[in-house]
Design a protein around this ligand. Structure first.
Ligand code: PLP
Length: 455
């Protein structure tokens, strides 16, 4: 069936008045009507409804890792839908695609992380992980172990639980579940490590973690959750050794470690999973989504250890958790084809090289007066814009400096994501050296032009 979709920019933007955009200033959208309709995509590029070809500098939303328009994935989804459009994984039901993907993830995930609960978003993966851990502790006769340790700056999603796990700024003016989540210090050396060496800063962070646990009581704490590199909090790479030390503390106090790899997995940092390959830890649960299907279908995975699964699957253990679309056949097929493509074309391995080039190219922007810090790793980069680099003074938030640069970059052919005074770049992993150079050049021109306009 050919759908009768709105085609011109005018048609799309008129129809779009019924759509509520995520994380948008809805009032500003209503007043200005400034929206971009993306109508097609191929490889590392997207096309808007006015025919502009743009470098997809944010990979959809940190997710289109293998690039747009990959026939292999589209065909696998289509074939799956032609055979089995839907069946659930409730009760005793299973189906080939969900079974095969769970086995594949068990093979790729570190150590004893061998059991997979599928959801349809990163938020649901994090929500599920905490529910599962609460149930795990109930079954161990430790029902007081409830609290979640998160960090200032973290982003873990938008369900009622996952937004509570997220740094409080993300629910400014909104209600949130109170009391369940406690936030440790943001591990950002550049802003918070003044007067300390990086090693001293790490010691201070770990001291903070220990003392918070002592105050709250380990007997009340279920888990610690951390992104290997904080993404939506501004791309924060913690001091070297942070995750290993945090895991040791978790082990000392019998607190489970959840690694939120919604962004960092599936090649973005050059490996299928970053927890072990990059940060040398084997957490108790890894949550992932986004790059798992490269965004071709909504799918997440909560990958838990055999030990957790053993407890929740013991006698009398009813798993009272379920989502209709858990392990949806089309989504599971997309995941399998996406991983097969990554393995065949060695996309994570190649991202180790091109991702480094991307990182170094953008790092080169630090010579610009208002670029305070370019940070991140491989295809996960944040550019912090500051009024005064020496004093690390920020621009007036009302200026919306990130948006100014992002709009300028878009007019020159690059989509970047503004986050206050920070620009986020998380493109497809198939960026060529030419596209990487072009991205660097557009960002340089855009920042310099905005800087000149402020003088
Ligand atoms: N966790 C991290 C680290 C994320 O970056 C995100 C989304 O950006 C989420 C969880 C939530 O994922 P979703 O938007 O698929 O619910």
């Amino acid at each position: 069936m050919t759908l009768d979709l709105p085609r011109t920019t005018d048609e799309i933007l008129t129809t779009d008045l019924h759509l509520v955009q995520s994380f948008a200033d809805l009032n500003a959208l209503k007043q200005s009507g400034a929206r971009t309709a993306i109508v097609a995509a191929e490889g590392a590029m997207v096309r808007d409804s006015d025919g502009n070809e743009l470098i997809d500098g944010i990979g959809g939303l940190w997710c289109v890792n293998v690039g747009h328009g990959r026939r292999e994935i589209i065909e696998a989804i289509t074939e799956q839908l032609q055979t089995l459009d839907f069946y659930s994984t409730f009760y005793s039901f299973t189906h080939p695609a969900a079974a095969a993907l769970s086995a594949k993830l068990a093979e790729l995930a570190p150590g004893s992380l061998n059991k997979v609960y599928f959801g349809n978003s990163g938020s649901v993966a994090n929500d599920s992980a905490v529910r599962i851990l609460h149930h795990y502790y109930n079954r161990l006769g430790q029902p007081k172990k409830r609290l979640v340790l998160s960090r200032q700056g973290a982003y873990h999603g938008s369900t009622y639980l996952s937004i509570a796990m997220t740094t409080p700024e993300y629910s400014d003016g909104w209600s949130r579940a109170e009391g369940l989540v406690h936030y440790l210090r943001k591990p950002h050396y550049w802003h918070e490590g003044d007067g300390m060496t990086e090693a001293e800063f790490l010691d201070a962070l770990m001291e903070d973690m220990r003392s918070r646990i002592e105050t709250l009581g380990a007997e009340n704490i279920a888990c610690f959750v951390a992104e290997p590199i904080m993404g939506a909090g501004g791309v924060i790479v913690p001091p070297k050794g942070y995750h290993k030390r945090a895991l040791e503390i978790c082990r000392d106090y019998e607190i489970k470690y959840i690694s939120d790899e919604v962004v960092t997995a599936f090649g973005r940092l050059g490996h299928f999973f970053a927890s072990e390959a990059v940060f040398d830890i084997q957490p108790d649960i890894i949550n992932t989504a986004k790059g798992l299907t490269s965004g071709y279908q909504p799918l997440s995975a909560t990958i838990m250890s055999d030990e957790i699964h053993e407890v929740i699957s013991g006698p009398g253990g009813s798993f009272l958790h379920g989502m209709t679309y858990s392990g949806h056949p089309a989504a599971a097929a997309a995941g399998l084809a996406n991983i097969a493509l990554m393995e065949r074309d060695e996309i994570p391995q190649k991202a180790q090289v091109t991702g480094k080039l991307f990182e170094e190219t953008l790092k080169g922007l630090e010579d610009i007066e208002i670029v305070g810090e370019v940070r991140g790793s491989h295809f996960m980069i944040g550019i912090e814009l500051v009024k005064d680099k020496a004093t690390k003074t920020l621009f007036d938030p009302d200026l919306n400096i990130g948006m100014m640069v992002a709009q300028k970059a878009q007019s020159k052919g690059l989509i970047a994501r503004p986050l206050g005074h920070i620009l986020i770049l998380s493109p497809t992993l198939i960026m060529t050296p030419e596209l990487i150079a072009r991205t660097g050049a557009i960002l340089r021109e855009s920042i310099l032009e905005v800087m000149a306009s402020l003088k």
